[in-house]
Design a protein around this ligand. Structure first.
Ligand code: COA
Length: 164
């Protein structure tokens, strides 16, 4: 049977336990999962492209079928270049739905052969996002239950650099 390649795009600034939950589910479902760090979104990331990539590489190294990459430009063009027929998105709550619905239909219009598949993370991560993690960490809140230990150490280092 054909190996299905899936792309999981996002800003990953930084990767959280919620993202990891989705990566793990996707790795069980697809032949190959490419986690793709988006470089041209309208956000000003705290972490550089290399830092976001390195954190992802570090926390996914035990998944044999997960690869880390980054991309610029249209997601569907990138997915096509990678021979991926699936885009993975996480759906955390109903509030995610409208934006995701619009994105997935637009992507389908652009590339009808690529389908978006939504995965739901464990309910304990439904309220989580990267901005919340960054803000909590900056204000001295404890984020160790939201991110893997390696990401926690990188966050501490980054915030102490920024504060200098
Ligand atoms: N656990 C925790 N947090 C999660 C999550 C999960 N399972 N799923 C999503 N999130 C959070 C993210 O951390 C992010 O938080 P932030 O806003 O604080 O940074 C937020 O939800 C948004 O999700 P994210 O996965 O980062 O997506 P995004 O909206 O930043 O990126 C792209 C969307 C990159 C997929 C989209 O902009 C894109 O495709 N860009 C390429 C250009 C393109 O093709 N545009 C046309 C699209 S139709």
């Amino acid at each position: 049977m054909r190996k299905i390649i899936a792309v999981y795009p996002g800003t990953f600034d930084p990767v959280t336990n919620g993202h990891l939950d989705i990566i793990e589910r996707a790795s069980l479902l697809f032949g190959k999962v490419i986690v793709a760090v988006a470089l041209n979104v309208n956000k000003e990331p705290l972490f550089t492209r290399e830092e976001r990539r390195n954190m992802l590489i570090h926390v996914t190294k035990h998944y044999k079928n997960v690869e880390i990459d980054d991309f610029n430009g249209l997601l569907v063009s990138y997915a096509k270049k990678k021979n991926a027929h699936v885009i993975i998105r996480g759906l955390r709550a109903v509030s995610d739905f409208e934006y995701e619905f619009q994105m997935s239909l637009t992507n389908r219009k652009l590339e009808p052969e690529i389908s978006t598949i939504f995965l739901m993370p464990n309910e304990k991560y439904t309220y989580l996002n990267s901005s919340l993690v960054r803000e909590l960490a900056r204000l001295g809140g404890d984020v160790k239950c939201f991110v893997p230990p390696y990401v926690l150490s990188q966050l501490k280092m980054k915030l102490s650099e920024v504060a200098r």
